[in-house]
Write a new protein. Sequence first.
Length: 178
Amino acid sequence: MDNIVLIGYMGSGKTSVGRYISEKYGYKFLDTDEYIESSQGMSINELFESKGEEYFRKLETDTIKQLIDSLAHTVVATGGGMPVKEENRKYLRTLGKVTYLQTDVDTIYKRLCRDDSRPLLKGENLLKKITDMLEEREQAYKSCANCIISFNQSTSVEEIGDIIITLLDEENHKWLTV
Ligand code: S3P
């Protein structure tokens, strides 16, 4: 269970930070959305349109459950809704050390306002959608996390990735010297 699991809202940088850590730390990388897209042969948008959100949520749970037995030395970037279900939070914690990439509504809005790849953010009132959903999910993210990294739009992917790597190194060091 030496995997690193990244959780957080859409646009919080889980995939970019995950790829950075995996390259620098010599770990493999897996993104649960990409995994689902390739196993289903369609994009998340198409999945939501043709099968609906509930179907997608079931695939998320199946995916995270399966990965527990098959992953090691891997950074896992998860979809933003993954920790919402209590069952998933338990699986995520079993899969690895969970880090919540916590950022503010403005940062998310700026990153996502020209992006149409997220089915839950289509239509009017993007700012309100993000604000409401983030508030609803905050407790789930926090309760799932072993560690929370809080940042804003001026923090780079490299800075966030390096903080996570430092924390992991410190933990390993502690473990080695006990
Ligand atoms: C979702 C987040 C998306 C994707 C899907 C639903 C969510 O992943 O799983 O659109 O409910 O927050 P990202 O967080 O990678 O955008």
